[in-house]
Design a protein around this ligand. Structure first.
Ligand code: NDP
Length: 504
């Protein structure tokens, strides 16, 4: 919906968190999702062998709601000894039960998990939003359904592994250490755990310290699905605990999603071992709009590309390249659309842009935006009212951006778009590929031949045509260059958890 009339009054306290949108005379009524059915425990222990156990020594840290800065729970702070306990549990489960089960039996557990996730979807969506700051409409319509879809999809593969690699015999790897970030806590858990279990491995998952709550809710699901103890273990603690897990000699596979800096450290730690490694790291995607593109459709794709999940998305379309002949009309439409985004309470069903995940991340976004202004780019932000508490940032757009600006080079991981222009397809390709990253890209044009040319030329693991940020469990996802290596999703995602012998 587009609101165009001029404002007569500022929003009242009753419209907490709603954007003023540069002047609508009326506001959406608040539509907060209920939280009274949600039970967040005051404290969560480490999930090892299907039990919640205190860390040894007993130590905890507080997890907060980034939209209110209020504490949600205390979670266990694992020690090196706890890492050993979790790996021992996962090894035992691997040797004694999980690797011995026929694929069709493993599939039953995965189907069960998928169905429970669907049954408890509202609970998962609310907890995800409270803990991460993402809008409820995204956790409800994207994160949770896609997480369930991953379990359904990989359940389907579990009993077919022997038939899908002609002339090769697949074997599970053993114990998988999985480290995930805070931007899609439940979805990244599903991307990691579903293929690992389908292919016969057991896992230890370390969620990000700011967003462990849906992982611990998932631990409940593991028990509800009656998975054998030790098949899924979840431990929380700082980055060093993640590194202990990576370095543990009894771990066979490491899967990491997060920053390129930590990805490189993990790559070094794993080098020279037999551990299999997949790294899904940062990105600086180009979203390229040609002059024959349907502009209104492209506007929605641009908005979704960079403001979805507050821009905290590794494949976000953070660099917009517009063909010069349509630059002005496109920019006018984009600014008008930006002004309609509703920023505020993530639990409100009308909210488009929620809270940034942490004070640290908010400071990083602010610092990079300041650098854009200092380097001479022109900033545009809609005149919207931000909540007085919580980590919020206005959706932001920069024009007059040059290739060398930091905002065109570095991953901001926030609701900030850099707009650049081009004249020819060749110039667009050269500029789009001028980045250390190579995770994703988007192309907007009505010509099929141009789509094929651009897709082939773009150094990006995923290229969307006339859409953006589309995900499906059947489709592999991953990057080139500093965006990492290996693929998650689809059949490719299974091979990351298998070794393939020649012949049988
Ligand atoms: P990190 O890469 O630090 O965090 C991702 C995960 O790795 C978390 O579980 C974290 O644990 C863990 N971790 C941190 N340090 C280590 C380590 N030395 N060894 C093993 N595991 C470790 O990302 P940040 O949260 O610091 O975000 C920084 C920037 O990274 C963002 O601004 C964004 O640009 C990028 N990023 C990219 C993501 C992506 O999807 N590609 C996701 C998240 C961030 P803990 O939370 O306890 O620190």
């Amino acid at each position: 919906m587009t609101l165009t009339k001029k404002a007569e009054a500022r929003p009242t306290a009753a419209s907490w968190g709603l954007a003023a949108r540069g002047g609508a005379p009326w506001e959406y009524a608040p539509a907060p999702e209920a939280t009274d059915h949600i039970q967040i425990r005051p404290e969560y222990g480490l999930f090892i062998d299907n039990a919640f156990l205190p860390a040894k020594p007993r130590k905890t840290f507080t997890v907060i709601n980034p939209a209110t800065e209020e504490p949600l729970a205390r979670v266990a702070h694992a020690s090196k000894a706890d890492v050993n306990r979790a790996v021992r549990a996962a090894r035992r489960a691997y040797e004694t039960t999980w690797s011995r089960l026929p694929g069709r039996e493993r599939a039953k557990y995965l189907y069960r998990i998928a169905r429970i996730l669907q049954e408890r979807s509202r609970e998962f969506a609310v907890v995800e939003t409270m803990n991460s700051g993402k809008p409820i409409k995204e956790s409800r319509d994207v994160d949770v359904p896609l997480a369930a879809a991953h379990f359904f999809y990989y359940a389907g593969w579990a009993d077919k592994l022997d038939y899908v690699f002609p002339g090769r015999t697949p074997h599970s790897l053993g114990v998988a250490a999985q480290i995930i970030p805070w931007n899609f806590p439940l979805l990244m858990l599903a991307w990691k755990i579903a293929p690992a279990l389908a292919s016969g491995n057991t896992v230890i998952l370390k969620p990000a310290s700011t967003t462990p709550l849906t992982a611990y809710l998932f631990a409940d699901v593991v028990r509800q699905a009656e998975l054998p103890p030790g098949v899924v273990n979840i431990i929380t603690g700082p980055g060093e605990i993640g590194m202990e897990l990576v370095r543990h000699p009894d771990v066979n596979k490491v899967a990491f999603t997060g920053s390129t800096a930590v990805g490189k450290m993990i790559g070094r730690a794993v080098a020279g071992t037999n551990k299999k490694l997949t790294l899904e790291l940062g990105g600086k995607a180009a979203n390229i709009v040609f002059d024959d593109a349907p502009l209104d459709q492209a506007i929605e794709g641009i908005i979704n590309g960079i403001y979805f999940n507050q821009g905290e998305v590794c494949c976000a379309g953070s660099r917009l390249f517009v063909q010069e002949s349509v630059y002005e009309p496109l920019l006018d439409k984009l600014k008008a659309r930006l002004s309609t985004l509703r920023v505020g309470d993530p639990l409100d069903k009308n909210t488009d842009v929620g809270a940034i995940n942490s004070a640290t991340q908010l400071a990083k976004v602010q610092e990079l935006v300041d650098s854009g202004v200092a380097e001479g780019a022109e900033i545009f932000q809609p005149d919207c009212e931000l909540p007085t508490r919580g980590f919020f940032f206005r959706p932001t757009l920069f024009t007059g951006v040059s290739q060398s600006h930091r905002i065109a080079q570095e991953e901001i991981f926030g609701p900030v778009l850099s707009v650049l222009t081009f004249r020819t397809p060749e110039e667009a390709i050269e500029k789009a590929n001028n980045t250390p990253y190579g995770l994703s890209a988007g192309v907007w044009t009505e010509k099929g031949s141009r789509i094929f040319k651009m897709v082939a030329a773009m150094k990006a693991g995923v290229v969307w045509a006339n859409t953006f940020n589309r995900f499906d469990p059947t489709s592999p996802f991953g990057g080139y260059k500093e965006s990492g290596y290996g693929r998650e999703g689809g059949l490719h995602g299974l091979t990351a958890y298998l070794s393939l012998d020649a012949g049988s």
